[in-house]
Design a protein around this ligand. Structure first.
Ligand code: ZN
Length: 157
């Protein structure tokens, strides 16, 4: 499957990455999937819960908080996730995947990204170098979780 996404949506992901730099931004991709492609119809920016370490610790306790910062991790508030999913369903849309930024790092998934990915969903990564959005890639985890490979992105014709 490929990810079909229009320029306006690509642009809103890039701008979100630039806006939240040097922190990681994150958001959800909504739309419809057919046999060949996932068609993105809405991009929903979310707050990276890592901006709020106290709340993050409350929702997802970590043994060693010092390794988790909003520069190297993103965390979606489960309540935001539920709200977006519910709203999407009411409009006949599905969650197709997620996006997040890599401030001053390449647009490749980290081990953390891979460990927290689910098969089928698209994981879009936007690299942001010194505040400027650069490469944008999409990744999909295989059903057996063996590979986390790139997914073709089809933009506007
Ligand atoms: Zn990442």
């Amino acid at each position: 499957m490929a990810l079909r996404i229009g320029n306006e949506h690509l642009e809103s992901i890039r701008q979100h990455g630039a806006r939240d730099y040097p922190s990681e931004c994150c958001g959800i991709l909504l739309g419809k999937a057919d046999g060949d492609a996932k068609q993105v119809m809405e991009v929903v920016p979310l707050t990276n819960l890592r901006h709020d370490p106290g709340r993050a610790q409350e929702l997802l306790p970590l043994d060693d908080q010092s390794r988790e910062t909003d520069r190297n991790r993103f965390l979606i508030n489960p309540l935001d996730q539920l709200r977006v999913e519910k709203g999407a369903r009411a409009r006949g849309l599905d969650v197709l995947g997620y996006y997040h930024s890599h401030p001053d790092h390449p647009a490749r998934p980290s081990n953390y990204d891979r460990d927290h990915a689910w098969p089928w969903y698209s994981y879009v990564i936007i690299a942001v170098e010194r505040g400027v959005p650069k490469d944008l890639t999409s990744w999909v985890l295989a059903e057996d979780r063996a590979t986390f490979g790139t997914e073709a992105i089809i933009g506007d014709l």
